[in-house]
Design a protein around this ligand. Sequence first.
Ligand SMILES: N[C@@H](CCC(=O)N[C@@H](CS)C(=O)NCC(=O)O)C(=O)O
Length: 206
Amino acid sequence: MLKLYYYPGACSLAPHLVLEWIGAPYEAIRVKLGDPAYNAINPAGAVPALDTGEGWTLTQAGAVLHYLARRFPDARLGSDGSPRDEAELDRWSHFLTGDLHPAFFPLFSPQRYTTSQDAAALEAVKTAAQALIAKKLDLVDAHLAGKDHVLGGRRTFLDAYALPMLRWARAMLPGGLQKHPNCERLLRHIEADPVAKKVMVDEGIS
Ligand SMILES: N[C@@H](CCC(=O)N[C@@H](CS)C(=O)NCC(=O)O)C(=O)O
């Protein structure tokens, strides 16, 4: 059986939602970050990790999401198969993995981004992170104008991938998503999905 290793509200929320959308049997296992037992599963010490049930484990949220979409094509959570749709899917998946998600790292763990443990220095790192996140969200917001989904006119795993990051932004940016109304609209749309509601209840974050 598939097993998803997750931490409540973390980026692992995305594959958790995708697994529910797919509807195949899986087990969700809550991990303690920093636990040596989990580090043996993912030496990076990060969630998500997906035990594929086929003798191998996959890490990296974007790869996990793409794998699930390919393994369960009937759920129609990937591209429509055209080179352009595939490229757009890659573009936004890479943006979320490589641009938006890392912009949050200094906000969550400022001590990793300065050699000073001075409270003011840590606060300065967080403030810089908030500005960078807002800049990245400007791009997402412009892209989402007039759209209900990250990719074109239908649901893909990218909507699930956006969910944790938009939740963090709403909670941790000064003013939340006020300056990013299209992001706010997408977040509300996803959060209104009964399946997403269930996943958030299951993770204890609703
Ligand atoms: N590039 C990795 C990043 C994973 C990641 O940093 N996950 C966070 C939660 S959102 C984490 O587990 N952090 C624990 C840590 O950095 O110690 C991925 O996309 O899977």
